[in-house]
Ligand binder design. Structure first.
Ligand code: MLT
Length: 310
């Protein structure tokens, strides 16, 4: 019987699925790297979220391993090249947390527009600073989407519902799909010059790394507000800091950082910055969805060789 190790905090629903599908499963979240290396040799499948780092060393210690399942989208924590070289299939769940992440981006946009975190802190401190918190409306504003795939397209749909004008840069977006979504497909330079709000929804790749570089930030419309619930590394944080200080960028809402956990950053000192600790996928619904999906996908693969999202 194939054996699965779950090494991160996955919903108990995943354990139930593996067992129902006739697989043996051990639930051991929070293993230290050395502990993981010591036991991984016993397993055919490894199910993770983002905490477990599936490094070359882990894979070297796993001669039986056939599949790594990431309950979530990004596989940044898995050495995919080493896994592939060893014939280990790496699969993710690209749909399970898309709505939740899109909703976080929309929440961040509202929070930026109305300075909600600072207004709440101020009010709870007994101040009544009505004049300090003058906001801006979203209605009629242009939202620039960098990336219009699973998550970006949901953000677009919600933004269209808010009566925003949505322009999208995505080389994979067809004109037909853009029309269906009610967005205007544009080149990056045009998006930079038109966006009042700009939100990122791409993976971190060689092509997208630093897509908001110092040079590109300088091309943004003055007063733009930036939301990043995708990946740290898409935005040059030092350049963003300078642009926020100078007022060229009016505000930024960041859920992701170049280095995570981000416990210290010059950005934290800025009033016009809102931060959350990589909460994009953190809802009960999304975590249930990705756990169910990854368990079913891994079971399909181990029981019948069927591969989805690898
Ligand atoms: C993902 O890649 O699924 C999200 O960024 C959430 C996460 O890393 O847990």
């Amino acid at each position: 019987m194939a054996k699965i190790l779950i090494s991160d905090k996955l919903s108990p629903a995943a354990v139930a699925i593996f067992e129902r599908r006739g697989l043996e499963v051990d639930f051991k979240p929070g293993l230290a790297p050395a502990e993981l290396r010591a036991i991984i040799g016993n397993y055919d499948g490894l199910a993770v979220r983002s905490a477990t780092k599936v490094t070359r060393e882990v894979l070297d210690a796993a001669p039986k391993l056939r599949v790594v399942g990431r309950a979530g989208i990004g596989v940044d924590n898995v050495d995919v090249t080493s896994a592939t070289a060893r014939g280990v299939v790496v699969m993710n769940t690209p749909y399970g947390n898309a709505i939740t992440t899109a909703e976080h981006a929309i929440a961040m946009m509202f929070a930026l527009a109305r300075q909600l975190p600072d207004a709440s802190t101020s009010t709870k401190a007994g101040k009544w600073e009505k004049n300090r918190f003058m906001g801006v409306e979203l209605f009629g504003k242009t939202l620039g989407l960098i990336g219009c795939g699973n998550i970006g397209s949901i953000v677009a749909d919600r933004a269209v519902g808010l009566k925003m004008k949505v322009v999208a840069f995505d080389p994979f977006l067809s004109e037909k799909r853009a029309v269906e979504l009610g967005v205007e497909k544009v080149e990056l330079e045009e998006l930079f010059s038109r966006a009042d709000f700009l939100t990122l929804h791409t993976p971190l790749t060689e092509q997208t790394k630093n897509i908001l570089s110092r040079e590109n930030i300088a091309k943004l419309r003055r007063g733009v507000r930036i939301i990043n619930c995708a990946r740290g590394g898409l935005v040059d944080e030092a350049a963003l800091y300078d642009a926020l200080k100078s007022g060229h960028v009016a505000g930024a809402a960041l859920d992701v950082f170049e280095t995570e956990p981000a416990t210290d950053s010059p950005l934290f000192a800025l009033e016009n910055v809102i931060c959350t600790p990589h909460l994009g996928a953190a809802t009960a619904e999304a975590q249930e969805n990705v756990a169910l999906q990854v368990a079913d996908q891994m079971a399909d693969f181990l029981l019948s060789g069927a591969v989805s999202n690898a």
